[in-house]
Write a protein that binds this ligand. Sequence first.
Ligand SMILES: [Zn+2]
Length: 343
Amino acid sequence: MNNLHNPPVFDGHNDLLLNLWLHHDEHPADVFLQGPLKGHLDLPRARLGGFAGGLFAVFVPPADYAAQMKPAAAPHDPLGITRRQIAILHQIEASSAGQARVCRSAREIEQCMQQGVLAMVLHIEGAEALDDELALLDEFYDAGVRSIGPFWNLPNQFGVGISGGFPGSPDSGDGLTAAGKALLRACNRKRVMIDLSHMNEKAFWQTAEISDAPLVATHSNAHALCAQPRNLTDRQLAAIRDSDGLVGVNFGTAFLREDGKRDGNTPITEIVKHLDYLIATLGDDRVAFGSDFDGINVPDELGDVAGLPRLLHALAQAGYSPGLIEKLSWRNWLRVLKRTWGE
Ligand SMILES: [Zn+2]
């Protein structure tokens, strides 16, 4: 199966920068550009899979995890980690001889896709590094950051993320703090996308009330099919639909399977089931991919980014039209990014 006739894929979420920061901090750009990297994503495999770009997350891991995985980096320095991971993406661009670019607008993404240049958008997952006065938001924006999830699963100065295991509800108590609400307003002013994927129930509804942008969950699935607390309830999906937002479907088996297990022995059709459900709820224009490559366990049948043609093939087998597959693959992401960022 080749991907000659497949549409390019623009994807809502990956954790490549965490992988590079943890394991390849000496020569991160070279290992990404040349491959093969341990993990789901490097440039040669991206080319094989038709992966045209996506949101690349800067992720500040919890202090104890970082200390264990990267003892040399202690003491814990969220700002230093954030700046370093942003710098890594810029190094990739600088070393790529025009093969990869940090994109700041939908127009730049479209140009990259037309020219076969990997389109990389900077996203911050867990904004611990931002101080309460938001003084650093301008610095990050100037560095290319166009999307922010205020917190990951653990509480920080902006609010409380989702905690609790499977099966569980997204309701984990308190939501946004006053600083979190101020961050959302600042993001609206700068037209930085706000990611709801790690928000607990209360923060989700506060965001729905405060934000004037479409509601976007970059890498979450349907709670009705898999009761992970990180997946979205029907009420949340309806709110995303009503805001004309988007959900990027997560390829992680723990977010797909009815039993919530991390198990590679999970057919690709489990991704199709979530897409079916999300499309039935949100419509054809508000569903896309949010792989979470390098952050989760994917079905063995998919394997890594080079396996994307197998997913697109499964969609065709399930009766999805070429036009719908193109929407899921990239058009819907571009549509919601234009609505959020401006043309
Ligand atoms: Zn995540």
